[in-house]
Unconditional design. Sequence first.
Length: 132
Amino acid sequence: RANNMAGRITCNIGFRFERAGLSPRTFQSEEMVINLTGNRYFEKIAIVDVTASELTFDGLDLIDIGFLWLKNLDASNFILIGNQNNDQSFFAKLDPLKMLIFPSMYASNQGKKLYVKANAAPCELSWGAFEK
């Protein structure tokens, strides 16, 4: 479904190491602001199978995708993300209940494709894109 919007995305990103017997340490903590000039976005739920499949952008009313986001809704399985339909093309592993946001270099309206694959059992993926 496409929705109208305008503005920006704000992400608070931090890396913290904690282990018994050691003092906790934060390595990086940063706020990232992504300004959007477009006014549309979409969100979908996809069932990700154990064989690679393409996330389809067909029928979406977006002119120029700026950023994609994906969230694994499964509590126990991870999802692999890649740019081709083979095991060597996966560039990210989305752990259970985790989210990922990245620029649209793999968006289908840029002439590229995005593939996903679950590790052990089918699971749900919430995903969407923001117009630039």
